[in-house]
Design a protein around this ligand. Structure first.
Ligand code: DAT
Ligand code: MG
Length: 140
């Protein structure tokens, strides 16, 4: 059986709001397995690698500022289809548009900041997941 993995981050807003447990609860209730877990404040260098695709966009510097502003909870999850499955749990990028029932739809809102603070990150493809897991958990 193939065991797809995804990289999940509870972003600084989610950690500050004490939502790590709520996010991990939803991951586990869905049936995915936690295979690695860490709490850390990311460096700007680490975030530059993680968000390389967004370099040059207007929200890039605010994004790196925000993501390095405090601790995040990083997790590797595992399960058939979990990359797409976690993106479905997370909901749309803009929390105003995210459907009720999703993490961003239930727990997030627009705070008027330069970058959307939307509680979670989830890898957008199995290829991205492999790249991101290597950035956050080089020991895996
Ligand atoms: P996602 O996190 O849903 O994969 P993304 O990779 O396109 O979204 O962008 C990374 C993060 O940057 C996203 O979670 C929130 C923020 N962001 C994206 N597009 C934005 C925009 N147009 N304005 C403000 N923030 C944005
Ligand atoms: Mg993305």
């Amino acid at each position: 059986m193939s065991s797809e993995r995804s990289l999940v981050l509870v972003k600084p807003d989610g950690v500050a709001r004490r939502l790590t447990g709520e996010v991990l609860r939803r991951v586990e209730a869905k049936g995915y397995t936690l295979v690695a877990l860490a709490v850390l404040t990311p460096t700007r260098e680490q975030l530059g690698a993680h968000y390389a695709e967004h370099e040059g966009k207007p929200f890039y510097e605010p994004l790196v500022d925000f993501m390095s502003s405090g601790p995040v909870t990083a997790a590797v999850i595992e399960g058939e289809g979990c990359v797409r499955g976690f993106r479905a749990l997370a909901g749309a990028t803009n929390p105003t548009d995210a459907a009720p029932g999703t993490i961003r739809g239930d727990l997030g809102r627009d705070w008027g900041t330069a970058v959307q603070q939307n509680i979670v990150h989830g890898s957008d493809s199995p290829e991205s997941a492999a790249r991101e897991v290597a950035i956050w958990f080089p020991q895996l």
